[in-house]
Each structure stands twice: as C-alpha cells, then as structure tokens.
Write a protein that binds this ligand. Structure first.
Ligand code: PLP
Length: 375
C-alpha cells in the first residue's frame, strides 16, 4: 500500500517506539509520586519537555502537555476568550468547534475569510481584531497546506493587544518554526502527525499569559491541565518532534520535490485544479480537484489500486458535503466535491510518487462523469 494520508496520521517511527518502550514497561510510576520510581517517570517527562522546547524554540516551562491537537486548541480558545474571538473561515474543526461552543455561550465570534488562493484577508483581520480578547489562526491548513503569514498576523494582534494562538499541528516538523521569535502567544502541536503516537500533544503558552484550565483536577502542568501525565505519549511526542525538526533541512526540499512531481502529473490532466497553487504551502500537502469527478469515487478507485489518500480532512470524510475550506476559497460546490488530498511523509519514496503519477490519469478517466465537465 502506498500511504499518502499523513495529514490524517502517520505511522509510529521505529525510533520513537523504541524511545517509548521504557515508559510502557519498567518506568511505570506516577510522575507526581515522590518516591524513586515516580521521580524516574518525572525525569522522562522533563526530558521530553526539554526536547519539545528545543525543537520549537521555546522555554520548556511554557509547554502544557495535552491529549493531542484537539485538546490543545480547546485549551487555548476556551482558556482565554471571554468576550470576542477572531478566527478564520478555514480552521480545523478542533478550533471551529471550540469557537462555536463559546458563541453559544454568548461570546462574539468573527470568522475572517480567505481569498481564492487560501490566503487570509489581513485588512478584514485588522478590522475584526478591535476589542477582541483572542485571535486563533492556523499556521498551515490541513486540507490545502496553505501557510498563513504568522508574523504579519501576530503584528496585527500586537497592535490591537490581542493574544495570538496558532494551530501549528500541520506545520510543526514540516516547516521552520521558532515560535518564541514570532509574535505568537500560544501554539498547538500533535505527535501523531509527525511519526509520534496518537493521543499526545502540547500547547505552548507564552510566559505571563493567564490561561484558565479546561481540565481541572490535580496540579499537573503547573495547574494548567489536571490529570496524570501520559508518560509514554509525552516521551513519544518529544522524540518525534526532535527527529522531525532535525530532519527538516533535508526532508522539506525532498518532500516538496515529490509533491511538485505529483502536481505536475495532476496538472497534465484536463480539468484539474491544485488548491492554493500560488500561495506558500507546507512541503507535504497537495489538494487537487478534478472537474466531473467525485472525491469519494477517486479515493475508492485509488484505494483499490493500492494508494491511500483522503478527500479532505479526515474528520469530514464519510460525509458527501463539499469541503468548507475549498468553498471558502471560492470553489463551486461541484468542483469542491471532486477534490482529493495527497499528504506525504518521511516514508514516501520517489518510486511511490512515480507509481501514483502513472495511475492518476487512468483513475480520473475511469471515475469522471463527462456530463459534469463544464464547457
Ligand atoms: N488541528 C489541525 C490543523 C489538524 O490537522 C488536526 C488533526 O487532523 C488537529 C488539529 C487535531 O489534532 P489531534 O488529532 O491530535 O486531536
């Protein structure tokens, strides 16, 4: 099977699994326990915190370990916003869901639109930020890979004295990200998108920011997230993040080159459109719509041919609704329904991409309904 659905999840890297094994076997104690076994577990958590801090360019003490990207997003959004929240129309459901919940509780939520290439309307953002108590805008889009200009967004937030949260789940380990050097105040990451285990993530919170905990209980994570730490998951997150960031200098151009080959083949197919083609994008993501096709049918045909892809975000697959992200980029619903996402990872090879390039024209031809192709 050629697995090209890394934005949904990645397999556990063997070195990450090896690093996790002590925490799954002998180092079993509760890191809050004062005895020696407890302190051994605490040392593993502390080491992972250092690894994450070094990989992201932030102070390890500013890191709050969570159960993944969704919880990190919810903690940022629910932990800070009380009056007015500014976000974007193309966020992951983890952010949009937390925002909708606040909206039902009476918080004003403004969703800033994007243009045809997926770029944020910074003038609209500037206006929307007036009187806001939080801005949440993602670093890289999970469906299209489009990168938002974090520095510009952060500077606008600074101008309005609004804390800035970025969902960096699809950016960390795929593009250079030194978060403390940017005008950002909070950032979410998830282990399973970069060779780590599912169920582990983090929220980085700039020192001085008062964050109300969402999950209350014990005093873990400096009182910002109650609950016994998932020691093995945290160890896996630290190892995966360190490895992905260390490999970036070679992996980023390699994956971008493979993605470009895939897109060149897709572009040769009449009636195809690459999302965000003119915008800055992360190296591993390509979203291509084929006129007259159903994304679900393309997915099924490629699956049969041994290629695993997605029709958009995993959370919305299984529904036949066109992607809200592509609709926000001005796609006609018919074209958005014909979109599929290829997302590459460290295990993707040139031979695999070559095979997909050869298969793609035939699969599109086979699934295409000629009556649905425009003029
Ligand atoms: N944010 C983005 C941009 C994502 O792509 C995802 C996962 O698809 C999440 C958040 C949720 O992360 P997790 O699966 O770790 O909860």
């Amino acid at each position: 099977m050629i697995y090209l659905d890394a934005n949904a999840t990645t397999p556990l890297h063997p070195a990450v699994m090896a690093a996790m094994m002590p925490a799954l076997r002998e180092v079993f104690a509760n890191p809050s326990s004062v005895h020696k076994p407890g302190q051994d577990a605490r040392a593993l958590v502390d080491r992972a915190r250092e690894q994450c801090g070094a990989a992201l360019g932030c102070d390890p003490r500013e890191i709050v370990f969570t159960s993944g990207g969704t919880e990190a997003d919810a903690l940022a959004v629910r932990g800070l916003s009380r009056r007015k929240l500014v976000t974007t129309a193309v966020e992951h459901p983890a952010v949009l869901g937390a925002c909708a919940e606040l909206e039902r509780a009476g918080v004003e939520v403004v969703r800033v639109q994007v243009d045809r290439t997926g770029q944020l309307d910074l003038t609209a953002l500037d206006t929307a930020l007036e009187g806001a108590d939080l801005c949440s805008a993602m670093a890289a889009n999970n469906e299209t890979g489009v990168i938002f200009p974090l520095r510009e967004i952060g500077e606008l937030c600074r101008k309005h004295r609004v804390p800035f949260h970025t969902d960096a789940v699809q950016a960390a380990g795929k593009m250079p990200l030194r978060i403390r050097e940017l005008p950002i105040d909070l950032a979410s990451c998830s282990a399973h998108k970069l060779g780590g285990p599912k169920g582990a993530g983090l929220l980085w919170v700039r020192r001085g920011l008062q964050l109300a905990p969402v999950q209350v209980g014990g005093h873990q994570e400096r009182g910002r997230r109650g609950g016994t730490e998932n020691v093995a998951g945290i160890v896996g997150l630290g190892e995966a993040l360190e490895r992905a960031c260390a490999a970036l200098a070679t992996e980023e151009p390699r994956l971008a080159g493979l993605r470009d080959r895939l897109e060149a083949a897709a572009n040769r197919i009449p009636g195809s459109r690459v999302a965000g083609a003119g915008a800055a994008r992360v190296c591993n993501t390509s979203n291509v719509a084929f006129e007259g096709c159903e994304g679900e049918a393309l997915l099924a045909a490629l699956d049969l041919a041994g290629v695993a892809i997605s029709t958009g975000s995993a959370c919305s697959s299984g529904t036949l609704e066109p992607s809200p992200v592509l609709l926000a980029m001005g796609y006609p619903p018919e074209l958005a329904r014909g979109a599929v996402r290829f997302s590459l990872w460290s295990g993707t090879t040139a031979e695999q991409i070559q095979r997909v390039c050869e298969l793609l024209p035939g699969v599109v031809e086979q699934t295409r309904n000629p009556r649905r192709i425009r003029g």
